[in-house]
Write a protein that binds this ligand. Sequence first.
Ligand code: HEC
Ligand code: HEC
Length: 410
Amino acid sequence: MSPYRGLFEAPEEPVKIVDDGSGNRALEKTPVTQRLFDFASKEQAKLTPNADGLLFVPMQARGKFPVVLTPNKEYTGDTVKIAAETEELQGLIGYVQKLGMNRGKWRDLFEPQELEVTDATLPRSNEWIAYGKEVYERRCLGCHGAKGDGNGPAATFIFNQRPRNFTLGVFKFRLTQKPVPTDGDLLRTITRGVRGTAMPAWYELPLTDRLAVIQYIKYELAVDRTEPAKPYAYFNEEPPGAPLYIGRPPASSQDVVTRGKEVWQSAKCWECHGNTGKGDGEKAAGLKDDFGFPSRPADLTSGQFKSGPAVGDIFRTMSTGLSGTPMPTYRDSLPEQDRWALAYYVLSLSAFKDPLTGEPLPISAADRAALNNPKLEAGSPDDAYVPSGGTTHRAAASGATLAATPQKEE
Ligand code: HEC
Ligand code: HEC
C-alpha cells in the first residue's frame, strides 16, 4: 500500500483485539485508535479484517466504538493492521464514481443486462472445474477468498455489502424455490454483476470462462467442509430443480401502480423499506443476514437494483425473496397479479429521481408526459433522456413531440 500512503492513515504498529467487557471483540484503546474512534460512543462501527489481518476503517466508522465483527471466524489472530480512509481517498472515490455515473437508462438496455432465463447447465466435468479454478483465482479470489468464504484480501474494504460466502450454498438472485440457483441464474448474476455493490459485471469475460467458474463455485466452493470427513456439496445434495415460470408482465398503467401501492400497505413492505421506500422502516435497524453481517433493506428510491431493473426482475425478487437476507418470499402470500402491481409500484418509487441525490429531476410537464407515453421506445443509448434541454437526443425531443404531433424520422 505504500505508494498510496497519502490516501490512507496506516499506523505502523499493529493494534490488539481485546474483549471490551460486554462480549464484544473490540480494538484496544491506544493513542492511535483514540484518534480514529470514540470509545465512549454508544454507536458501534462493525469492522471485519481480511484473512491477512488488515482492517479497513471507512470514514463512516470514525468517531464510533470499534467492534471487530468476524461471525464466521473471518480472522482469528489477535492483532490487526489498520488502514483508515482519509478525506483525500473519499474525495478521489467520489470523483471517480462521478466519472462513471451516467444518468441515462441505457445501461439497463445494454445487451448483457437483458440476459434472462437460460438453462445452460453443463454436466459436472473435472476439466471444466480445473479451468474454472484458474479463472476464479485470477478474477474472483481477491474478493471471494481462496476458500470461497467471502473474505479475500480486498473484502475488508467492502464493508457495505460483503462479498458472498459461497460455502453455505445460499444465493440471493435466482428463479428457483430453494436457495440453490440454476447455472442460468449464476450466469445471469455473473454476466450482469450486482448493481450498487462491488460485484462487477463480467460480460467481457469469455462465456467459456464464465461457465467454467460456475462449475468451480458449484462443485468445489459451495461445499460445507465443517466435517472434513463428510463434505456436504449443496449442488449435489440439493439440486436446484427447474426454474420457476415467470409469465409476461401485464401492461403498466396508473391503475396497476395504484393497486401496487395498496398491496405495499397491506403486505407491510414499509416495515422494513419505510413509507417512502428509502429503506428506513421501523424494523430496518439491526437486521442481519444469515452470515451474521448487517443487512440493510434496499433503498427502492435510488433506481439501482441489485438483481436487475426490469419489472420482471423485481417480480422475481418478490416471488423468491433474497435467500440469506431478511427479504421474504411472497410467492405463497401474494397472488401473481398483486406481485406484478407491486413490482410496478416499486419501480415508480425511483421514477424521475436523480440517481445520485434521490431528488426529483427537473423535468418539464411536457417531457414527463412524453416519457410516460407507453408508445415511447428507448431502445438504444442514443435515446437516453437528457435532463437539460434534450434537443439533440431523440427520446426527449421525439418523445415530447410524440405526445403532441407525430414527428418525421430523419
Ligand atoms: C471487487 C469484488 C468482487 C469481485 C472481484 C467478484 N465479486 Fe462476486 N460478489 C461481490 C460482492 C460484494 C457480492 C455480494 C453482492 C450482494 O450480496 O448483494 C458478490 C456476489 C457474488 C455472487 C452471489 C450472487 C447471489 O445470487 O447471491 C456470485 C455467484 C459471484 N459474486 C460470483 C463472482 C465471480 C464468478 C467472480 C469472478 C469472475 C466474482 N464474483 C468476482 C464482489 C466481488
Ligand atoms: C423483514 C424486512 C423486509 C420486508 C418486510 C420486506 N423487505 Fe424487501 N428487502 C429487505 C432487505 C434486507 C433487502 C436487501 C437484501 C440484500 O440486498 O441483501 C430487501 C430487498 C428488496 C428488493 C431488492 C432490490 C434490489 O436491489 O434488487 C426489493 C425489490 C424489495 N426488497 C421489495 C420489497 C417489497 C415490495 C416488500 C413487501 C411485499 C418487501 N420488500 C418487504 C427487507 C425486507
